[in-house]
Design a protein around this ligand. Structure first.
Ligand code: HEM
Length: 133
């Protein structure tokens, strides 16, 4: 099943209630990135653009408007992450912050599971520094 279309009638974007849900998710995500401080150094000091870009990307991915690509072009996420050394440690810290954010947002179970599955696969794909386990 295409996880972006849970049940095929509505997009996940519609089911969670639209763009604000993703902006709140990213607020919690970066709150945890700041708190646990394991990958914070990889991000710029001002997180507002990072929040915006990641939220817009997720909005587009989960079936909402394509503002991300209108602004930034094709996502090419692995390429965009190439400047940052991402090993197993960084991937796990990133996923832990996303787990924190998802727990705060409390989406319904089928959406939670679809998102966790997607983030696990996508975060693995972003690993570009195998030596940093
Ligand atoms: C599910 C996996 C991931 C997704 C969907 C994702 C998504 C994104 C997006 C959309 C951007 C903004 C790109 C742009 O400028 O247009 C971004 C930036 C970034 N990501 Fe990820 N990412 C993922 C995993 C990771 C991991 C594992 C790390 C490791 C720490 C990471 C670190 C960063 C950093 C440092 C930036 C740059 C922030 C900035 O300069 O604004 N990402 N990510």
């Amino acid at each position: 099943m295409n996880v972006r279309w849970v049940g095929a009638e509505k997009t996940v974007y519609e089911l969670v209630g639209g763009s604000n849900w993703f902006y709140e998710l990213m607020d919690f995500f970066y709150e945890d990135v700041e708190m646990q401080n394991q990958i914070r150094h990889l991000y710029p000091e001002d997180l507002s653009e990072s929040k915006r870009n990641t939220a817009d990307f997720l909005i587009q991915y989960w079936g909402g408007p394509s503002e991300y690509s209108d602004k930034r072009g094709h996502p090419r996420l692995r390429m965009r992450h190439a400047p940052f050394p991402i090993g197993g440690t960084e991937r796990d810290a990133w996923l832990a912050s996303m787990d924190y954010a998802l727990a705060k947002m409390e989406p319904e179970t089928r959406i939670l599971e679809a998102m966790k599955e997607y983030f696990k696969t996508a975060a693995n794909h972003m690993v570009n520094n195998e030596k940093r386990q």
